[in-house]
Each structure stands twice: as C-alpha cells, then as structure tokens.
Design a protein around this ligand. Structure first.
Ligand SMILES: [Zn+2]
Length: 163
C-alpha cells in the first residue's frame, strides 16, 4: 500500500467516535513501515488491549475500521478469514467491527476471524514449500497477496455498506 501519515490515519475511520479517533494509539513504527510489503495496515492498541485498527485503500480512498476482539470461543485452530494462512503458530481471534453510520450506532456489527496481531501481509509472503519442480513462488505469493487484499476489501466494504 502507499505510505500514509498520522493525519490520514486519524481522518480515515468510518466506524469510530470522535473520542476514539482522538485517543487511539498509533503504531509505534509508523515512520519505518515497509509499505510495499503491506496489503493493509493493521495494529493493536497498546492502551486499550482489546482494540485493533485496520486501514486499507479502497477505490483510492483510505478506509479505517476499529476492530474489537471478542471473548467468543473459536474452534481449536481457526483460519484467518483474510490471509487464510496455515502457519502452525498463527494466532487467530474473533474481531467485531461496528458498521458505519446509524447502523453501527444502533449496535449493528460485523464479525470476522483475523490474525490477532494483523500479521496477514507477512503471512502471505512466507514461501510455501515447493510442491513440485518449477513451482513459481513469486506468482504464488502475488496471488496470495491479491486474495488478501480482496478479502480485506470485502470486509471493509461490508462495514461501509451499513445495512
Ligand atoms: Zn491473517
């Protein structure tokens, strides 16, 4: 994704209150992120531990969504809905996001299973073991990255749709 600034981050959220936007704790390493290898920007709040933030460019517009980790029990080894990573040590949790606008204010939320620290971009870039000779790793990685972007796009679009 393209590099973004603190101001862009704070003005991009579609499902948060003014107070939440003011209080959110930015990612520690914002100035040093490897943007080229990020399909979306996601991080956990260091102060409000159950909160996370996800930002992605959708049709050239930066869309940010506040995510809340829910206590809901997940099945023993859930799969991240976004990166679909099968890494053994991948921690996946259930997040819910308020929908944008009046629907969200009325308590309407959307839920999804996502890597607990939003490691999806790194996960899709981990090289799979070579399944056969001549397997094109670069193409496989590109495909997984595109799938991840589409999954995030679908989720953020659904949050925006409000109903
Ligand atoms: Zn993931």
């Amino acid at each position: 994704m393209r590099p973004i600034t603190e101001k862009q981050i704070r003005t991009s959220f579609v499902n948060s209150s003014l107070r939440e936007r003011k209080e959110l704790v930015l990612p520690e390493n914002l100035g040093e992120l490897d943007w080229e290898n990020l399909d979306y920007l996601g991080w956990r709040d260091r102060k409000y531990l159950n909160l996370g933030y996800v930002l992605a460019q959708i049709d050239d517009q930066l869309v940010g969504v506040v995510m809340r980790q829910a206590d809901a029990q997940t099945r023993s080894r859930p799969l991240c809905n976004w990166c679909e990573s099968v890494q053994d040590n991948n921690d996946v949790v259930f997040f819910s996001a308020r929908r944008a606008g009046p629907a969200g204010r009325n308590g309407n939320t959307l839920g999804t299973l996502v890597c607990s620290g939003f490691e999806c971009s790194a996960n899709v870039r981990i090289l799979p073991p070579t399944p056969y000779e001549g397997f094109d790793h670069a193409a496989a990685r590109q495909r997984r990255s595109e799938t991840l972007q589409l999954n995030v796009y679908a989720f953020l679009s659904a949050v925006l749709r409000q109903g």
